[in-house]
Design a protein around this ligand. Structure first.
Ligand code: DAH
Length: 339
C-alpha cells in the first residue's frame, strides 16, 4: 500500500505539472482526490489491513493528501496568474486604431419648414390640431359642401377603403372635426398627410402634405385673412414679400381666393422660378361658408371665419429653391444634408 501511495504521488506530480489551465487542474484534482478518485480508491482498502498497520498507513495517506493539496495549490496559483496576464493582454485597447464614426441624422426639409410655420402661427395664438388620414367621406367632402356627385370631387380622386371611407384628399376635414367639439373663438392650424390618385412627376405625388388653417370668431373679415397670411409670408420668406389675393372658387368658402406671393427669387420682376410672372401661387383660402359653419354647429349669424389650405411641398420647394418634389421622398442623404 505504501508503494501504491508513492506511485500515486508520482503520477499526480506529473499530471499536475502538465495541466495547462485552471479548468484542467480542477479535473486533475477530482481524478485524484474526488469521491471516485484514485486516493479514495486506495483508502477504501484500509479495512483489509491489520490493526497495527492501519494507523501507520492512515498517517501516510494523510501525508500524501496534504502533499497533493500543496501541489495543486501551487500549480493553481501559477496558472491563475498566467491566465490573468493573458486576458489583460487580449483586452488591451489599441488607442491608435481609427474610431468608428456615428453619423448623426438630419431634419427633413419638410420638418424644418413645418416647424418654422408652426412657430409663426403659435406666435399669433393658434394651436395645432390633427385629424385621421383614413377619413369618412362625410368629413372629407359631404360636410364641406361637396355632396355626392359634386363635380369638384373629380379633381380630388383618392383611394377608397370602403364606399364611405377614404384616404383624405385634403386637411380641410379637420376644420369640421374641430368645429364639432369646440365653440368659437377657434384658431387652429392642422398639418398632415393627404392622398390623391395622382401620378408622380416633378410637382405631383400621390402622398403629400397640407397645412389647414381655421379661425372662427365674432367679426372676422377678409382683412383678418389677408393680414394673417401677409404676416406669415413675411416671416417665412422675408420682409419684402408681398401678398396678392385672386378670386377663385372653393365649395367650403365664400368668397374664395387663391393667394400668390411675390417671387422671392426675382422680387416680382419675372424669372424662370415664377415662369416670368413675378408671382407664385401658394395657397387656397376664403371666408368659411355659412353652410359649413352651421354643419359644424356654429351660428353663422353670430360668427364668421376664414380658412386656408397650403401645401407643405410647395412651401418647402420655394423656401429652398428645389425644383423637383421627388427629391424630398427618396431619402438621399447627399440631398437632405444640404438644408
Ligand atoms: N383644401 C383645398 C385643396 O386641397 C385648399 C383650401 C382652399 C383649403 C380653401 C381651405 C380653403 O381651407 O379655405 O385644394
Amino acid at each position: 500500500m505504501k508503494d501504491q501511495l508513492n506511485a500515486l504521488l508520482g503520477d499526480a506530480q506529473a499530471t499536475i505539472a502538465q495541466a495547462q489551465s485552471t479548468a484542467a487542474l480542477e479535473q486533475t484534482r477530482i481524478a485524484f482526490l474526488g469521491k471516485k478518485g484514485k486516493l479514495t480508491a486506495i483508502l477504501k482498502r484500509m479495512g483489509s489491513l491489520s490493526p497495527e498497520e492501519r494507523p501507520i498507513m492512515g498517517a501516510l495517506a494523510n501525508e500524501t493528501r496534504s502533499q497533493l493539496d500543496a501541489l495543486l495549490e501551487a500549480r493553481g496559483r501559477t496558472l491563475k496568474a498566467e491566465e490573468t496576464a493573458r486576458r489583460l493582454a487580449d483586452e488591451t485597447i489599441d488607442v491608435t486604431m481609427p474610431g468608428r464614426t456615428k453619423s448623426l441624422g438630419h431634419k427633413h426639409p419638410f420638418s424644418i419648414v413645418l416647424e418654422e410655420l408652426e412657430e409663426i402661427f403659435l406666435g399669433m395664438g393658434f394651436s395645432v390640431a390633427t385629424g385621421p388620414e383614413v377619413e369618412w367621406d362625410y368629413y372629407n367632402f359631404e360636410a364641406l359642401n361637396l355632396p355626392q356627385g359634386h363635380p369638384a370631387r373629380d379633381t380630388q380622386d383618392t383611394f377608397y377603403i370602403t364606399e364611405r371611407m377614404l384616404l383624405r384628399t385634403q386637411t380641410s376635414p379637420v376644420q369640421m372635426r374641430v368645429m364639432e367639439r369646440q365653440q368659437p373663438p377657434i384658431r387652429i392650424i392642422a398639418p398632415g398627410r393627404v392622398y390623391r390618385s395622382d401620378a408622380v412627376d416633378a410637382t405631383h405625388s400621390p402622398l403629400f402634405h397640407q397645412i389647414e388653417g381655421l379661425v372662427v370668431d365674432q367679426g372676422i373679415t377678409m382683412g383678418d385673412l389677408k393680414g394673417t397670411l401677409e404676416h406669415f409670408a413675411k416671416r417665412l420668406y422675408g420682409e419684402e414679400t408681398r401678398t396678392r389675393l385672386r378670386p377663385h372658387h372653393f365649395p367650403f368658402t365664400e368668397p374664395s381666393c387663391e393667394v400668390d406671393l411675390s417671387c422671392f427669387r426675382c422680387g416680382g420682376k419675372g424669372c424662370p422660378m415664377c415662369k416670368g410672372e413675378g408671382w407664385i401661387e401658394v395657397l387656397g383660402a376664403g371666408m368659411v361658408h355659412p353652410k359649413v359653419l352651421r354643419t359644424g354647429g356654429i351660428d353663422p349669424e353670430k360668427y364668421s371665419g376664414f380658412a386656408f389650405g397650403v401645401g407643405l411641398e410647395r412651401l418647402t420647394m420655394f423656401r429652398f429653391q428645389v425644383d423637383d418634389m421627388r427629391l424630398f421622398y427618396v431619402n438621399d442623404m447627399r440631398f437632405l444634408r444640404q438644408f
